[in-house]
Design a protein. Structure first.
Length: 438
């Protein structure tokens, strides 16, 4: 079968050309130096099959111009509109001086023509990716300004990294990102590759490499080593990426709406992820959340939590069962909580992550040996019941992430888990479906 090159991205470009004027600004050649398309040709869906059938030289973003494309001014205007009118970033509007510094960073960020074209493709064909990137940029800039870690020049650099942090997603099928879509293991690989794709795109430009490209490459890492693509830890991760990883987590909450349930969920998320995120930056966000006057009626969330008491108790017991099942494997394989076992990397990863999660839940009063007691203690406390409901949702998310991390590591070592390591996959097989129900 004929190889197809960068199908998802080329499809987006040609579809954009159906409604906007996309024209070649130079001739496009194949890798065998055969002229494929002349300069000055309109690019639309009629050229899709021809473009994906060849490796293109120069790269496609260098060869095209588009009418009414994204510019530095339009990018700043888009950010300003979000900041001033969108409920999802309302929490960032308070201080006029901070607002002005945030917008100035958009003014000063580098924007070379091929990357402006790429942003135009996102704005036109993948608006959810474009808007998400601007939201994350606003949260990241707010964090950076509040933390006093960044100079004016560094803020512009951070703005560029944030705007481009998900640019690799343009090369991933939109179907994989559909809300509610549960990814298969093979499909997850495409998603995990997007920071690498973004890095490879940005490193071609002196304006973006190495500082901005590195920040994009590392924005899905975590301080405890549970992130990807390289599993970096702590100071191995650049400060810009530490800001971006937290900004993206915060944005996932803020963009859903500014209400008490979502903000409470964010507080719980930070508490349960103390080892994953920079603590000083987390404290900046926590203080922001605590200062907000909630807009919705907390009675709705409380009523929901009370009506779910029987379900909450069952979910608590299921979390305890998952932990106890792991503890039995730990005893069987002779794994302790203090030592990393080089000969059993998968088991060590699960053990470290489960141990951290159990410790965080213990601080919230969860006892693995008597999970139901929390209901008895909290059932007359509406606010505590709401937080418990949120806590269980975050526990489910973290357990799911542990499974995904094991699959990533397993793929890196060739897909084989032999000897005691096979216990990791047995634990996942027994618990993966149940975790989704917590």
């Amino acid at each position: 079968m004929e190889k197809r090159y960068d199908e998802q991205y080329i499809r987006s470009i040609t579809r954009m050309g159906d409604s906007q004027g996309v024209v070649t600004n130079q001739a496009i050649f194949t890798s065998k130096n055969i002229k494929l398309i002349e300069k000055g040709v309109k690019v639309d869906s009629a050229l899709f099959e021809r473009l994906i059938s060849h490796k293109l030289i120069p790269k496609i973003d260098h060869c095209l111009t588009v009418e009414n494309g994204i510019s530095g001014d339009s990018l700043k205007a888009y950010a300003m509109n979000l900041l001033d009118s969108d409920p999802g970033v309302a929490v960032l509007r308070g201080d006029a001086r901070i607002r002005n510094r945030m917008l100035r960073a958009f003014d000063e960020m580098p924007l070379v023509a091929p990357m402006a074209f790429k942003l135009t493709v996102a704005w036109s064909q993948r608006p959810e990716v474009f808007e998400h990137s601007i939201r994350v940029a606003l949260v990241a800039l707010f964090l950076a300004i509040k933390s006093f870690f960044f100079s004016t020049k560094e803020l512009a650099t951070l703005a560029a990294a944030a705007v481009f942090h998900d640019i690799g997603i343009l090369h991933v099928s939109p179907e994989l990102l559909r809300p509610g879509r549960r990814l298969e293991k093979a499909e997850r690989h495409h998603l995990y590759a997007h920071p690498i794709t973004g890095f490879l795109i940005l490193r071609e430009f002196v304006d973006y490499h190495p500082e901005i490209s590195r920040t994009v490459f590392e924005h899905h890492e975590r301080l405890d080593g549970s992130g990807y693509p390289r599993g970096l830890k702590a100071e191995q991760i650049c400060l810009g990426a530490q800001v971006l990883m937290l900004a993206e987590a915060a944005n996932a909450i803020f963009e859903q709406s500014r209400n008490s349930r979502n903000l409470a969920r964010f507080s719980v998320l930070l508490k349960l992820n103390q080892k994953k995120f920079n603590s000083e930056l987390s404290n900046c966000l926590l203080s922001l959340v605590q200062d907000i006057q909630y807009e919705d009626d907390p009675c709705d969330a409380q009523a929901s939590a009370f009506s779910a008491i029987p379900t909450l108790e069952a979910r608590l017991k299921e979390v305890a069962r998952v932990f106890l099942d792991w503890n039995s494997i730990r005893r069987k394989c002779g794994i302790d909580t203090e030592t990393a076992h080089a000969d059993m990397p998968l088991l060590s990863i699960i053990n470290e992550r489960i141990d951290d999660l159990q410790r965080m839940l213990l601080h919230a009063g969860f006892d693995v040996s008597n999970p139901g007691i929390l209901i008895a203690i909290l059932q007359d406390d509406p606010e505590a019941m709401v937080e418990l409901n949120i806590l269980l949702g975050e526990a489910r998310w973290q357990l799911r992430e542990i499974i995904h991390e094991v699959y990533r590591r397993l793929a890196e070592q060739g897909g084989l888990a032999e000897g005691a390591e096979s216990s990791a996959l047995e634990w996942i097989a027994r618990n993966e479906v149940a975790i989704e129900q917590i």
